[in-house]
Design a protein around this ligand. Structure first.
Ligand code: PEP
Ligand code: MG
Length: 747
């Protein structure tokens, strides 16, 4: 096979392909003409195009040389046969003797048995394989590197044509990309439903002209863009914090890539073969992404740099990208691969919802989304590839489903769902000033969780009695440097001012585990959730804790102050933290600062060990708050971040309820007030059961107060307690079914 090797031949072929693209014809006709053109100009006996029918199946969509009857009939699973191997690995297969290659699969319907040599090239766009281009010949000959390269350029143009919808139409395999409706099953970062339009955090660059006529002009465009990119990177480097060695090293490597002669040379070669500057950048980016999937972790980081540089270069070349001047829709749903907490805060409450390809339940983005009460769905695989700015999108944060460009029937059902949710909200709003009192007259205190100033406006609207958990680490997480004491004083003062006399329980820094401060050296720990975190850091780095406690005392400025220490796992940790607080108080007094009118020092019980702590622990604490999220993960040894296991164990599991009950009893014996502040406090059924077994104070996200109050007011907690006790004694694993029966009978 003499596959097109010379640059002139290559340019000619690309031009002819472009002409096909510009013709007014149906998708299938285009595909047929393209295979003919490629076979002709490469001097091959066969040229075939396989495209993905769905994520697992490739379909022969056009061929010149194989049996035409096989078109749209021959299908392969990814990984199956040589074509499937190319698709799976994203790498070419080039062999003189196809039948003797491992994995070769004979497909009688195609009549390909007479062809010995085989060259398969992945058709990729932005690292995603959308099909495979194959040329075959009778002559047993391996293609030259040059020929492989030439066909890669052709495959690149095919990928761009597919992206532009060139193969859509009757008979063609590809449904219109970016036009059909797609459903994603996702993880849930923050519950809620939302409907809106896609707003891409990093908009996709659309290359409309993959083929260019004038290589010289394209070369100049590329060189100018690269020059501009290099200047930007140099600027970044000069602005960087020169004291931070690690950051500098990263940027230096980044600059090295931007200056890499090899990178530029490869793109120039692509242009010489007929690609436009943009298409050349994308081709290199695609190759880098394909390599990224197989690279060692260290190299992967470097390839990430290259990816980022390619994106910047594309934005310079096309003028598209983040600052395109495109108008954000009125109802934006942010779609991104991932996003940092700071960036999310910048978008703020304007967003109707957020969908991420990556992310995790405890990520900083999730924490901020929760604070802003915006539904967040995570692990929506490939959504940034599928979605375009302005696409209609629906988020079901109860089920973990995203509908992109939904069918009308789905959209209509969704409208009903949203209307019902809005009705329920109205009902809850009407309860705002009512207490959470059950039918037997027992009163449960409902508080809200907070962590950002942005949360505080919810305090009045939600009907919460106060803030039961203020996660102070959020302020540290959303910025790049350690906040100064003065800034903290100002912030805590604003929080207390906003609370307007209501109690706010400040939790000291809970960093480590999933909450890694951007400016702290990451600890290389095998299991960070059980590692150096929270009070363990606080007691070893007393400077930070002292600064925080001083800031709280000064911000209180004579008002009552409630502080609790997170992740206490043994009595001495609490004793030491408490003594430290008392010594800071004394020090502040001597400095002449006004003392708080009242000081409460509490502990969070987040490990099962504390349910078995000495009696004196319960006596010494002014109050206790159960951190149910951590307590549950450690009780069941099930990572709260791990989607596979985190839903496996029910909060209403008999063993877990019995642990909570033990803590309730121990607090009662010592006369210590107890509250519960994990996510379960905000789930109406779980919250009501906790109340029934004796937890008289619950702290939850503001949006949950209404639903929890609504249910508590409709039940008799004494009766519910009896239902739970009887279920616990019956040998069942979870009391949920019995509780549900009781609740159904009530309504
Ligand atoms: C908890 O563990 O339940 C808790 C409230 O703390 P966080 O979720 O911040 O770990
Ligand atoms: Mg916790």
């Amino acid at each position: 096979m003499a596959a097109t090797a010379s640059e002139t031949d290559s340019r000619q072929l690309l031009r002819r392909l472009r002409d096909v693209l510009n013709e007014e014809s149906a998708g299938q006709l285009r595909l047929d003409r393209i295979t003919r053109l490629i076979a002709e100009s490469t001097g091959s006996d066969v040229c075939s195009i396989y495209l993905f029918r769905d994520s697992e199946t490739l379909e022969l969509c056009a061929t010149e040389g194989l049996n035409p009857e096989a078109v749209h009939k021959t299908r392969l699973r990814i990984g199956e046969g040589l074509v499937g191997r190319v698709a799976r690995s994203g790498m070419p297969v080039n062999t003189a003797d196809a039948p003797s290659e491992p994995g070769f699969r004979y497909m009688p319907e195609t009549g390909e048995e007479v062809f010995s040599s085989f060259l398969g090239i992945p058709i990729q766009r932005l690292g995603e394989t959308i099909g495979v281009l194959v040329v075959q010949s009778r002559q047993p000959r391996r293609c030259s590197e040059e020929a492989v390269y030439a066909l890669e350029v052709v495959a690149m143009v095919l990928a761009e044509m597919a992206e532009l919808g060139a193969f859509v139409g009757e008979g063609a395999a590809l449904a219109p990309l970016h036009r059909k409706s797609v459903m994603f099953r996702t993880g849930i970062g923050q519950e809620g439903v939302a409907a809106g339009r896609v707003w891409l955090h990093e908009p996709r660059v659309v290359v409309t002209n993959p083929v260019a006529d004038d290589p010289k002009a394209e070369m100049i465009r590329l060189q100018q863009a690269v020059e501009q990119l290099r200047i930007t990177v140099d600027d970044m480097l000069s602005l960087a914090d020169t004291g931070d060695k690690e950051q500098r090293e990263v940027l230096e490597t980044y600059r090295m890539f931007a200056r890499s002669a090899g990178w530029l040379r490869r793109m120039e070669e692509d242009i010489a073969r007929g690609l436009s500057a943009e298409a050349a950048v994308e081709k290199e980016q695609s190759l880098a992404r394909a390599r990224m999937a197989h690279a060692a972790p260290y190299l992967r980081e470097r390839l990430h740099d290259l990816d980022d540089l390619s994106n910047r270069l594309l934005r310079i070349l096309t003028g598209q990208g983040r600052d395109t001047g495109a108008e954000m829709p009125d109802d934006p749903v942010l779609v991104a691969r991932n996003i940092g907490p700071g960036e999310l805060l910048e978008y703020g409450r304007r967003l109707k919802g957020i969908v991420l390809e990556e992310g995790s339940v405890g990520s900083h983005a999730a924490i901020v989304a929760r604070a802003l009460a915006i539904p967040l769905l995570i692990h929506a695989e490939r959504i940034t590839t599928e979605a375009l700015n302005g696409d209609p999108i629906l988020l079901d944060g109860e089920q973990g489903i995203v509908h992109l460009r939904p069918e009308e029937t789905v959209a209509a059902a969704f409208r009903d769902k949203i209307a019902m949710a809005a009705k329920a909200q109205e009902r809850y709003a009407a309860l705002r000033d009512q207490p959470a009192v059950d039918l037997s007259g027992q009163r449960i205190a409902l508080h809200m969780n907070a962590g950002l100033m942005a949360d505080l406006p919810s305090l009045k609207g939600s009907g919460a009695e106060g803030v039961g958990l203020f996660r102070t680490e959020l302020q540290f997480l959303v910025r790049n440097t350690v906040p100064r004491r003065g800034e903290l004083v100002a912030l805590y003062r604003r929080v207390m001012d906003a609370a307007d006399g209501r109690r706010v329980v400040f939790r000291t820094l809970d960093i480590g585990s999933d909450k890694v401060l951007p400016y702290m050296k990451p600890q290389d720990e095998p299991n960070p959730a059980m590692g150096w975190r929270a009070i363990r850091v606080g007691l070893e780095k007393k400077g930070i804790m002292r600064m925080q406690l001083q800031a709280l005392i000064r911000a209180a400025d004579g008002r009552p102050l409630a502080v609790m220490f997170p992740f206490i796992a043994q009595f001495d940790e609490f004793r030491e933290a408490r003594e430290h607080f008392l010594s800071v108080l004394e020090h502040e007094r001597r400095l002449g600062h006004t003392m708080p009118e009242k000081v409460e020092i509490g502990a969070m019980v987040e490990t099962p060990s504390m349910a078995f702590a000495p009696r004196q622990f319960f006596e010494m604490t002014d109050f206790i708050s159960i951190g149910g999220n951590d307590l549950k993960q450690f009780f069941f040894a099930a990572d709260r971040e791990n989607e596979r296991v985190r839903r496996r164990y029910d909060t209403l599991n008999v063993s877990f309820l019995s642990l909570v009950h033990r803590i309730v009893e121990r607090c009662r014996e010592a006369g210590t007030p107890l509250s519960f502040c994990g996510e379960d406090a905000g789930r109406p059924i779980e919250a009501t059961c906790l109340a029934a077994i004796g937890v008289q104070s619950l702290s939850m996200r503001p949006a949950s107060i209404g639903p929890v109050k609504h249910l508590i007011r409709r039940v008799n907690l004494k009766e519910l307690r009896a239902v739970i006790e009887s279920a616990c004694g019956s040998g069942v694993q979870s009391v949920r079914p019995a509780v549900m029966d009781y609740l159904r009978a009530m309504s």
